[in-house]
Design a binder for this molecule. Structure first.
Ligand code: ADP
Ligand code: DAR
Length: 327
């Protein structure tokens, strides 16, 4: 299967874009490098700054439309009221995690940020984290022991060093400088700093109380917004390095045991397509499921609100649990 970048980057479009450069110096060749070096990419293109999405819209717009579908205008609705069925009491749900990506205005995205700019971003975020009402601590990857890093990754709390897709997008440059993780005492609220996006703001816990996870996330996003200005546009919502994360930049997921559906992947995938769900393995993107446990999350992020993203996941997971239990 070809990437969306290869599908839409015709000779004509490339000819139109090849000599253009954004104010931060980002070019179309930089944008498509990951997709060229990784032919198995599904998307294959990353933005280098907010301007990229406008300057290179001849390639970004069709990709965004195909991935996110048609939409009138993006709408943000960061509230929990109205969420239906947000507490799924089913032992097959191992854990719940909801994250949003954010990037600071006035800086290039991680794909095109300099080492000194990335350290400036890290310091701004650390200052904001110091003002949170929850007790927590920031850990720089540069000073973290390898044992601590490996344990946090194993326990699904910390990001791995960027995969080959991020590598070729320039997102691993100067690793591990400027990267780190904040977490509260019980590791139910975390912030990744300078991974694929400058912030991944995460709420997570064991079990299926999705409403509780969402409530915690909304609380601390609102607190962080008092100290940080996030890149946003009315057309694209919150700006992210990968076009798949635009809009809400929200991925609401559960790790859920679906041993029966696992034996009928065509039915499993059909339900996921119908309910706008994405299937991942349990160690993150490009990983495999283990012991019949899958990472199930909303696929749509743009043109839908945050509560609609979470509702997509709740609705779809309930259907999957029902279908899995009817064998
Ligand atoms: P992202 O969600 O930021 O796009 P990944 O899919 O790579 O990134 O997941 C990042 C980490 O979060 C991985 O270690 C993954 O195992 C963990 N994770 C994702 N969803 C859940 C969940 N519902 N419960 C526990 N860990 C999760
Ligand atoms: N692996 C890249 C990006 C796909 C979306 N996932 C992100 N952004 N983490 C690809 O083109 O397949």
């Amino acid at each position: 299967m070809q990437s969306l970048m290869k599908k839409y980057l015709t000779d004509e479009v490339y000819g139109e874009l090849k000599n253009l450069k954004t104010k931060s110096g980002y070019t179309i060749d930089m944008a498509i490098n990951s997709g060229l070096k990784n032919p198995d990419s599904s998307i294959g293109i990353y933005a280098g700054d907010v301007e990229s999405y406008e300057l290179f819209k001849s390639i970004f717009d069709p990709i965004i439309q195909e991935y996110h579908g048609e939409y009138e205008a993006h709408k943000t609705a960061l509230h929990v009221e109205g969420l239906k069925g947000g507490n799924i009491e089913d032992d097959r749900i191992v854990s719940t995690r909801i994250r949003v990506g954010r990037n600071l205005t006035d800086f290039p995205l991680g794909t095109n940020v300099s080492k000194s700019q990335r350290l400036e971003v890290e310091n701004k975020i650390k200052d904001a984290l110091d003002n949170l009402t929850c007790q927590g601590k920031y850990y720089s990857l540069e000073s973290m022991s390898e044992n601590d890093r490996a344990k946090l990754i194993k326990d699904h709390f910390l990001f791995k060093e960027g995969d080959r897709f991020l590598e070729e997008a320039g997102l691993n440059r100067d690793w591990p400088s400027g990267r780190g993780i904040y977490h509260n005492e019980d590791k139910t609220f975390l912030v990744w700093v300078n991974e694929e996006d400058q912030l991944r703001i995460i709420s997570m816990q064991q079990g299926g109380n999705i409403k509780e996870v969402f409530t915690r996330l909304v609380l601390y996003i609102n607190e962080l917004e008092k100290y940080l200005e996030f890149a946003y546009s009315n057309k694209l919502g919150f700006i992210t390095s990968c076009p798949t994360n635009l809009g809400t930049a929200m991925r609401a997921s559960v790790h859920v045991k679906l041993p029966n559906l696992a034996k009928d992947m065509s039915k499993f995938e059909k339900i996921c397509n119908e309910y706008h769900l994405q299937i991942r393995g349990i160690h993150g993107e490009h990983s495999k499921s283990e012991e019949g446990i899958f990472d199930i999350s909303n696929k749509r992020r743009l043109g839908v609100s945050e509560i609609e993203c979470v509702q997509d996941m709740v609705n779809g997971v309930n259907i999957l649990l029902k279908e899995d239990g009817e064998y």
